[in-house]
Unconditional design. Sequence first.
Length: 430
Amino acid sequence: MNNNINIAIIGLGQIGAYLYNELRNKKKKIEKKTGKKIKIVAISAKNKDKKRKFPINKNIFYNNPLQIFKNKKIDVLFECIGLSNGISKKIVETAIKKKIHVITPNKALIAKHGDYLAKLAEQNSVNLEFEASVAGGIPIIKTIKESLATNKINKVYGILNGTTNYILSEMENSNENFDRVLKKAQKLGYAEPGNPKLDLNGFDAFAKVRILSALSFNTKISKYKCIMEGIENIKLEDIKIANQLGLRVKLLGISQIINDKLFETVHPCLVSKNTYIGNVNGVMNAVITEGKPVGESILQGEGAGPGPTSSSLLSDLLSILQGNIKYPFGISSTKRKSVKTFNNDNYTNSLYLRFDVKDKQGVLSLITNRLAKYKISVKRIIQTPDKKNKKATIVIITHKTKEKNARNCLSIFKNNTNILKFPTLIRLYN
């Protein structure tokens, strides 16, 4: 690699535009640290004339990003579009085949096509870097690939989505409902203004879990169907009841090896306020690894927003400019193995179950009898009557039970006229 480095940025949304500005402002700092002079020679996005937070050089703008490869010599390409297929995949694939280093924050792309793209990068002796795809500004990928490289990691889990963590924390702090807090998050730039669905339904965190699994356990990216739930059904009522019980609701991503099988999941969890993870609030992310001989390692930092993401993107750039050609997933693609999946039916947790019911005799015993039928034993019951509306809220905390039992049991309550809404289920984190 020569001393003059040509850079292309594809995608000028919140992250791409912020990165563009950072690269222009930090040229001297980057040269001081690496001895390389960087120059942005091409940019591309859907709309050339869109109003952006930072001004762009329209003279280097390309409507068709694939045209860049024909017109310019590129050394490093940033893909900031964010799609799992289509133009995102095409851009990265083309760049790697043309022996261009690629840096991306695109967790959907890596979770879906990471194995193929990593192998392609190895064949072409270029880097595919994706530190920014997991947990914003936290250097978790470098930590697993390099700092913890000689450890045997058996579990990695944490809060992997800053948007949902902000919403859950703010609901507790402000006493406002989900919809109002979501609007706040959108205003602050923590949630997508148009469609924040992929954050809220758990997909964003789940893509990150799949990347962390592959890195931590030296495996291929898993394609198995897993438990994936978001926070859309969490009500302010649940946050308040959890608070009374000394608990908080957190959306956790969990990946571990159980009996040589891979278990991955994302779902809301009730965690104790006395735990570390129970006190990671706001847009903060936290990733916890458990391994031998290191034991438990914790990394925490901002996981949402263009600032933290750009920090990781620039870290990847410096790594490339310093001449570190390395395997995208830490070891050669030929040595990464496939692993069998753990049976989700055998996943065990205590449960928080909230029932909205008619306030009449026999409803509670009906619920507890049904639970007993499916081997779910009751640990605690909280009953709150609403005499005025002839309704009641029943919250049941159970002893540990298998996922299969919980699923089969709850399906029975669907068509019961005494139960006004389908019960809310939140798992207690073990």
